[in-house]
Design a protein around this ligand. Structure first.
Ligand SMILES: CC(C)(COP(=O)(O)OP(=O)(O)OC[C@H]1O[C@@H](n2cnc3c(N)ncnc32)[C@H](O)[C@@H]1OP(=O)(O)O)[C@@H](O)C(=O)NCCC(=O)NCCS
Length: 205
């Protein structure tokens, strides 16, 4: 049976009932804080990335490539320590992670976002959204012009991502065009376009 509430300040029954969206009826928002990654978080980030990207049929003990990618990025010149963020509970337990590393659109230094990860038992509670809003705000505050990613448009369009082709930014692989997206930030200018280049560790994933 659907739950319903009256609008704030309304006399019950005067204006009819308001139907809440399904996710507000059935789920709950996870209260999280977002902070920079610390050295003590590295093993947990690896574990939640491996869990979130695990695939059916994966051999036991074998991590998905995304888990190794984060470690390779951390060791690469493209690593930006101020743009690796974790979502933590009130007890400082890490339950999500997002990062941006240095990519290029043509010759312009821009950001490559990913992987974005939420621990499987904490998904669909707003943690991924909190991480995305935090990292986009941080990137904008740092004067970065744009963020590019490869992902599901149905998820990322809510954060302002649009097809990269709208900005004349082409993916490194032509087959990616439907999923390759860009979010422009305040410092973006229309002359910033060209072929997108990911940091080198992505080439091995
Ligand atoms: C994608 C991911 C980070 C989202 O985190 P989350 O905390 O579950 O996201 P939120 O709670 O903020 O948002 C949930 C919404 O996103 C939607 N969503 C999640 N993954 C989606 C996808 N691949 N495509 C479309 N929508 C998606 C859910 O349906 C839900 O929609 P609703 O709010 O309308 O019900 C998380 O599901 C995850 O870690 N997945 C595995 C790793 C992954 O695929 N990462 C992204 C690629 S780098």
């Amino acid at each position: 049976m659907a739950h319903s509430v009256s609008p704030p300040g309304a006399a019950p029954g005067n204006h009819g009932d308001i139907q809440l969206p399904a996710r507000l009826r059935t789920g709950h928002r996870e209260p999280v804080l977002i902070r920079r990654e610390a050295a003590r978080d590295i093993a947990v980030i690896h574990a939640i990335t491996a869990a979130a990207f695990s695939r059916p049929g994966q051999s036991p003990g074998q991590d998905p490539p995304e888990a190794g990618l984060v470690g390779e990025l951390r060791a690469s010149p493209a690593w930006l320590p101020h743009l690796s963020l974790v979502a933590v509970t009130a007890a400082d337990e890490v339950i999500g992670h997002v990062l941006c590393t240095r990519g290029h659109a043509g010759t312009v230094p821009v950001l490559a976002l990913g992987p974005l990860t939420v621990r499987p038992d904490r998904q669909r509670r707003g943690v991924g959204s909190a991480l995305m809003h935090a990292i986009l705000g941080a990137a904008d505050a740092l004067g970065e012009p744009l963020v590019a990613l490869l992902g599901e448009p149905a998820y990322y369009r809510r954060f302002g991502f649009r097809p990269a082709a709208d900005y004349q930014i082409t993916p490194p692989r032509p087959g990616w065009h439907l999923h390759f997206q860009v979010r422009v930030l305040t410092a973006y200018q229309p002359w910033m376009h060209g072929m997108f280049a990911y940091p080198e560790p992505f080439d091995r994933t």
